[in-house]
Design a protein around this ligand. Structure first.
Ligand SMILES: Cc1cc2nc3c(=O)[nH]c(=O)nc-3n(C[C@H](O)[C@H](O)[C@H](O)COP(=O)(O)OP(=O)(O)OC[C@H]3O[C@@H](n4cnc5c(N)ncnc54)[C@H](O)[C@@H]3O)c2cc1C
Length: 405
C-alpha cells in the first residue's frame, strides 16, 4: 500500500481483515498534517463506523447538518437527511488526528505500518516489477505481489506507472486555515455560495467554515477549473478576503489565525487513469475520486480503498491477477452516472453569475435545497433516485434560464 491517507489506510485495513499480509508505506511520520477542510459527511461516517472508529475521542466534533447562505441575504440550515444505509450525522476532525487513528485501526488488524518511508516504482518492460523503499534505515527493494497506490493528488508513484489526469475533466483548487472562534462548538458545517471580498465585490468560488469544537474552526475557500478565470485566482488572497467578510458571529480576523493558510488540488470525477495495471490499482485522490458536486474526498478515498482491497483479496484467493480488471467496471457502476451528471453541473455553474443566481434562487426554496443537499452529498436512497434525477433536471433547467452575465 503506497500512502497512509484515508485511501491507503482503508485499503490496508480491509485487506488485512480478509486475512492477507499487508505493508502500508507512508512517506511522512504520523501524526502528519494534511491540507483539508476536515469535514466528514454521513458517507464517511459509515466507512469509519465499519472500521470500528472511536467517535468518542475528544478531537471528534459531531455535526448535525449544513448551513448554506449566499451573500448576506439568504441563509438556510438543513439537517443531514434520514437514510436507510447512512447515519444522519457527520463530523469534523483534524486530519492529523483522523489519519493517525485510521492507520492505527489498520495496524490493529495486522498491517505493518512503515512511516517515514517513501515508495518508488521499479518498472521494467512497462511492468511494475518491484518497489524501492527509501527511509531513515536506507534503501530496500521489495517485490509485493500486488500494489495499491494511494499517494494522493500529486500521485508521483502512479505517474511513474504512466497515470495522467484528463484535462477536460474538472479539477478543484482550495485553501484552508485554522482560526480561534467563540462559535467553535457550532453543530453545523457552513458554506457560503456567493463569496465577496471586503469591498462587497463577488469572487468566483465558494467558502466554508467547519467548526472543530475545541475553540478553533477550519476556514477555507475553493473554486473549480470550470469557473471563468480560475487560473488567475490566488486562493490565499481569496481566503484573506473571505475571512474579512465572514459573518460577525464567527469572530474571526487575520489576528485570530492559529495557522498559515495552505492550499491544495482536488482531483475529481475519476479524472486520472489508467485505474488498474497487471498487478496494481489506484485509489482515492490518486485516481481522482473526489466528488465534483461538493469537493468531498475522504469518503470516496475510504470507499475506493475498500473496493480495491476486495478485488486484491479475490485475486489472491483465486490466484488470478486478471480479476483486478473488474475495477474500472465496478467504479463505473458505483459512481459513473453520478459523476457524469456532476461534470455537466459544474460546467453549468462555471459562470459566477449563474452560480450566484442559482444560489440566491435555490436558497429561498427549502424543499429544493434539502433535495440538493441529498444529491450533492450523494445521499439519495434507492427510492429517491428518480426524484434526485428530477431535482437535477430542475436545477439544470433553472440554470439554463438564468442570466449568464
Ligand atoms: C483545501 C482542501 C480541503 C479539503 N476539504 C475536504 C473536506 O472537508 N472533506 C473531504 O472529505 N475532503 C476534503 N478534501 C479532499 C481530501 O483532502 C482528499 O480527498 C483526501 O485526503 C484523499 O485521501 P487520499 O488517501 O487519497 O490522499 P491523501 O490524504 O493525500 O494521502 C496520501 C498519502 O500518501 C503519502 N505519499 C505520497 N507519496 C508517497 C510515496 N511515494 N510513498 C509513500 N507515501 C506517499 C502522503 O504523504 C499522504 O499521507 C479537501 C482537499 C483540500 C486540498
Amino acid at each position: 500500500m503506497v500512502g497512509g491517507g484515508p485511501a491507503g489506510s482503508a485499503a490496508a485495513y480491509w485487506l488485512a481483515r480478509s486475512g492477507h499480509p499487508v505493508t502500508l508505506v507512508e512517506k511522512k511520520e504520523f501524526p502528519r498534517e494534511k491540507t483539508c477542510g476536515d469535514g466528514l459527511t454521513p458517507r464517511a461516517i459509515l466507512q469509519l463506523e465499519d472500521m470500528g472508529f472511536d467517535f468518542e475521542v475528544p478531537q471528534f466534533h459531531r455535526i448535525t447538518g449544513l448551513r448554506s447562505y449566499a451573500g448576506d441575504d439568504v441563509m438556510l440550515e438543513m439537517e443531514w437527511p434520514e437514510h436507510s444505509r447512512f447515519p444522519n450525522w457527520g463530523g469534523v476532525i483534524r486530519r492529523k488526528d483522523l489519519d493517525l487513528q485510521v492507520a492505527a485501526l489498520a495496524e490493529k488488524e495486522g498491517v505493518t505500518v512503515r512511516s517515514g518511508t517513501e515508495a518508488h516504482p521499479i518498472v521494467e518492460n512497462g511492468m511494475l516489477t518491484a518497489v524501492e523503499l527509501r527511509g531513515a534505515a536506507g534503501v530496500q527493494r521489495v517485490d509485493p505481489a500486488y500494489v495499491i497506490i494511494a499517494d494522493g493528488s500529486l500521485d508521483r508513484f502512479g505517474r511513474g506507472l504512466g497515470t495522467t489526469r484528463r484535462k477536460d475533466f474538472p479539477m478543484g483548487l482550495a485553501a484552508r486555515g485554522y482560526f480561534s472562534s467563540p462559535r467553535s462548538a457550532d453543530p453545523f458545517l457552513e458554506s457560503q455560495l456567493d463569496i465577496r471580498d471586503s469591498s462587497g465585490a463577488s469572487m468566483p468560488g465558494y467558502g466554508w467554515v467547519f467548526p472543530l469544537g475545541d475553540g478553533e474552526i477550519n476556514v477555507g475557500v475553493g473554486l473549480l477549473s470550470t469557473f471563468k478565470r480560475w487560473k488567475h485566482v490566488n486562493t490565499t488572497v481569496m481566503m484573506e478576503n473571505y475571512v474579512e467578510a465572514a459573518p460577525d458571529y464567527w469572530g474571526i480576523s487575520a489576528e485570530k489565525a492559529t495557522s498559515d493558510a495552505k492550499g491544495g488540488k482536488l482531483t475529481m470525477s475519476f479524472s486520472k487513469g489508467p485505474q488498474v495495471g497487471a498487478n496494481w490499482l489506484v485509489i482515492g485522490d490518486a485516481v481522482g475520486a473526489i466528488n465534483p458536486w461538493n469537493g468531498e474526498g475522504i469518503a470516496y478515498a475510504y470507499e475506493t480503498g475498500r473496493i480495491a482491497a476486495g478485488l486484491v483479496s479475490d485475486a489472491i484467493g483465486a490466484d488470478d491477477p486478471t480479476l483486478l480488471r473488474r475495477y474500472p467496471v465496478i467504479l463505473d457502476d458505483e459512481y459513473g452516472l453520478y459523476y457524469r451528471t456532476a461534470r455537466i453541473f459544474v460546467k453549468l455553474i462555471g459562470n459566477p453569475a449563474v452560480m450566484r443566481s442559482l444560489a440566491h434562487t435555490g436558497l429561498r426554496n427549502r424543499t429544493l435545497m434539502e433535495w440538493t443537499l441529498k444529491v450533492m452529498a450523494n445521499l439519495l436512497d434507492e427510492d429517491d433516485k428518480h426524484l434526485g434525477e428530477y431535482i437535477y433536471q430542475t436545477l439544470a433547467g433553472t440554470v439554463r434560464l438564468l442570466p449568464t452575465r
